[in-house]
Design a protein around this ligand. Structure first.
Ligand code: SF4
Length: 348
């Protein structure tokens, strides 16, 4: 529909709204009340408004436009240089504008996190599958500190399937919910041995049949162990895409579909990493560091967190805050960018 050009229309509508009251105001009075009042009717409205204008104009909100996202568009369109400063999304954003803004955020994030990667340590699909199952209700750091002992003792699905559950529980204790997690990783190992020849399958429909494996885990494995595009809708992803108004959905499957429709498939996996990186480092759940956020001009939720640049800097985490990351063995690109490995269990 022609609404695709709504950004332009908004400006046009705004312009006509400004002129229409004047146009309709004069004809209405002049034809009906005719010549006897002509002299008076021509002047008073114009004089009254112009007489009242000075105080009114001072109260009109040019200042608000710099703050309120809904009015920012007009200001941006009127002054081209301001676009690079604060092109905030309009309140009623067209689909085309949303896609453009979403993709621009993705490009900005790619520059901020050129080293974005899965934050679980793994050396093969089996390790990634197990680590992702263990990451429920705990941090990737804690999983990374726990899995070296697990994989040293049970390096293959056959080994883990045949393990003593109590010994596995003891190893997994630091990850929380260790009894349920032991059941899941031993159960999935058994199924891998019995139904998939000891290999991790590379199809979504097979992966989600494994104990403890949902779509989120399956997409992590598909995207990072098999190079098949997938969107990982974790708690960070859900929070950020709603803040950015990419979707109003709350159900993870619907979020996945809605966000997937904004990007080409080839971007899905890296997009997921970048969004999750941003959620962990800058756009936190409780105190987003808006004042230190590189995509603030594109974010409708700017101001939800700390806007003072100095205070915001102090909220940054991991490599953005000069701190170690979550992986004990991060990729070289992360180390090259100044990132530091996480300490082993018990060391910090
Ligand atoms: S501006 Fe604030 S709310 Fe928006 S992405 Fe940045 S940190 Fe998050």
């Amino acid at each position: 529909m022609k609404k695709a050009a709504s950004t332009g229309k908004t400006a046009a509508e705004a312009a006509t709204e400004k002129t229409e009251p004047q146009k309709t105001g004069t004809p209405k009075t002049s034809p009906r009340k005719t010549s006897s009042r002509k002299a008076a009717s021509q002047k008073p409205p114009a004089q009254k408004t112009s007489a009242r204008k000075p105080p009114v104009r001072k109260a009109v909100p040019p200042r608000k436009a710099a703050v309120a996202p809904g009015k920012a568009t007009a200001a941006v369109e009127g002054t081209p240089p301001a676009r690079t400063v604060a092109p905030k999304p309009p309140r009623k954003e067209s689909r085309t504008a949303l896609v453009r803004r979403a993709r621009r955020i993705n490009r900005e994030l790619a520059e901020v996190y050129p080293y974005a990667h899965p934050e679980l340590d793994f050396e093969n699909p089996f390790q990634l599958l197990v680590a992702t199952v263990l990451s429920a209700q705990t941090t990737d750091l804690r999983v990374n500190q726990t899995t070296p002992a697990l994989f040293a003792k049970y390096p293959t699905p056959e080994d883990l399937a045949a393990a003593d559950p109590e010994e596995v529980e003891e190893i997994l204790r630091p990850t929380g919910f260790f009894r349920a997690k032991t059941k899941s990783v031993m159960g999935l190992s058994r199924m891998l041995v019995e139904e998939f020849g000891g290999e991790v399958p590379n199809r979504l429909e097979d992966l989600v049949r494994l104990p403890g494996v949902g779509r989120k885990t399956a997409f992590v494995v598909l995207g990072n162990a098999f190079g098949r595009p997938g969107i990982t809708v974790d708690t960070h992803f859900q929070r950020l895409v709603r803040r950015w108004k990419w979707t109003e959905e709350t159900d993870p499957d619907k979020i996945e579909a809605a966000v997937g429709a904004l990007f080409p498939k080839s971007e899905w996996t890296m997009l997921s990493h970048r969004v999750i990186f941003h959620g962990r480092r800058i756009c936190h759940a409780r105190k987003p560091a808006c004042g230190a956020c590189p995509i603030a001009p594109l974010c409708p939720a700017y101001g939800e967190g700390e806007t003072d640049p100095e205070k915001a800097k102090k909220l940054l985490k991991y490599e953005k805050g000069g701190l170690p990351g979550q992986r004990l063995k991060p990729p070289q690109s992360y180390l090259d960018a100044g990132g530091r490995p996480a300490p082993p269990l018990g060391a910090g």
